[in-house]
Design a protein around this ligand. Structure first.
Ligand SMILES: NC(=O)c1ccc[n+]([C@@H]2O[C@H](COP(=O)([O-])OP(=O)(O)OC[C@H]3O[C@@H](n4cnc5c(N)ncnc54)[C@H](O)[C@@H]3O)[C@@H](O)[C@H]2O)c1
Length: 317
């Protein structure tokens, strides 16, 4: 059986509660701290409902109350990280705040604890360098909702020790995440750079009148998204020609190269007129007052996909 660890989540908002739930679901003890005393009880109430949904889908074995009992609200940051093995910082995306919190964590956490940040865009070295324990600090950027979209970008700061990466990756794998390694700092890391490269081209096509926003979404939903969901970008190419990826790039390389050379950066990517046009299309099918209900629908669909992907894993071995 995997060793049960002591974990701490600093910040009990969207991301903090998601990590807390995942750590507890995997059997680990969780200390949850938020500077706003109302946040942890609100997070626990939300987690009870989310865990019940996941339990109904068979995503874990324990009783919901047993999972919740592993999550203890801590009265201070220091109490949360006492004897901790793994700490996940989940406070607002604000450089000065993250600096202060990491200084406090580095002072209070035991020497062997990993200090991971949920940071989504700030270069990690800006708040992890110049700490006595910078070797044990690492970025751990999830996607929302992390319990349903299990990839985490692990971002190496220049002074992150390779052993910190290895330990963080092993721990995150044990709670059901798929860690990917960002070897050195780059703005937006990899996931968002890939995402917004596609959004950029979509905006260009819509702005120039080639296609509607609805049909861009149809291409993703019924074409590329479905393919990429099961095999990713490069394996998709590998299976597109009988001789694999080399054969594919040989047969289609000239076209692919010309096309990539033609791609342009949209000069004014989020111009108000274009945003209005796209938002107007979306609001026809999901008016603003139905967005929250549609978010719940999204999470139910993702949970159903999760069970499908779990069964694929066991079938593929
Ligand atoms: N929401 C997303 O889609 C998403 C996805 C990936 C990563 N992230 C990153 O995760 C981090 C948290 O984002 P979120 O969406 O959970 O934010 P959120 O606003 O939902 O929650 C932040 C919580 O941090 C608490 N907090 C602020 N300062 C604190 C302090 N000094 N000590 C303890 N608690 C403190 C706040 O009270 C709040 O409850 C950010 O860095 C964000 O960029 C967010």
């Amino acid at each position: 059986m995997t060793k049960k660890l002591i974990t701490a989540c600093i910040g009990a908002g969207n991301i903090g509660r998601a990590w807390a739930m995942m750590f507890a679901r995997a059997g680990h003890e969780v200390r949850l701290f938020d500077q706003n005393a109302d946040a942890p009880p609100a997070a626990l109430a939300l987690m009870r409902g989310l865990l019940a949904d996941q339990k109904a889908l068979g995503l874990f074995d324990d009783e919901v109350e047993a999972v919740l009992a592993r999550i203890k609200v801590a009265p201070s940051l220091e109490a949360a990280v006492k004897n901790a093995d793994y700490v996940q910082e989940c406070v607002y995306e604000d450089l000065e705040l993250k600096r202060r919190v990491f200084q406090a964590l580095d002072r209070a956490a035991p020497e062997g604890a990993i200090l991971a940040s949920s940071v989504s865009s700030i270069p990690v070295s800006q708040f992890m360098e110049n700490l006595a324990g910078s070797r044990r600090c690492i970025g751990a950027h999830p996607i929302n909702p992390p319990h349903l979209l299990p990839v985490t970008e692990l971002i190496m700061s220049p002074s992150t020790a390779p052993a910190t990466y290895e330990r963080a990756a092993a721990f995150l794998t044990s709670v059901g995440q798929v860690p990917v390694r960002i070897n050195k700092e780059i703005f937006g890391f990899a996931l968002n750079r890939l995402q917004f490269a596609i959004v950029n081209e979509a905006l260009h096509l819509i702005e120039q009148g080639y296609i509607s926003a609805t049909d861009v979404d149809n291409i993703m939903k019924f074409g590329l998204g479905r393919r990429w969901a099961i095999m990713g970008l490069f394996e998709a190419g590998h299976l597109n020609a009988n001789g694999g990826l080399r054969d594919y790039y040989t047969k289609f390389g000239e076209t692919i190269r010309s096309l990539m050379q033609e791609l342009v950066l949209t000069p004014n990517p989020l111009g108000p007129a274009l945003v209005d046009e796209i938002a107007g299309e979306l609001e026809k099918t999901t008016p603003i007052d139905q967005v929250v209900a549609r978010q719940a629908w999204r999470d139910r669909q993702l949970a159903a996909l999760m069970t499908h992907f779990e069964s694929m894993k066991t079938k593929v071995g």
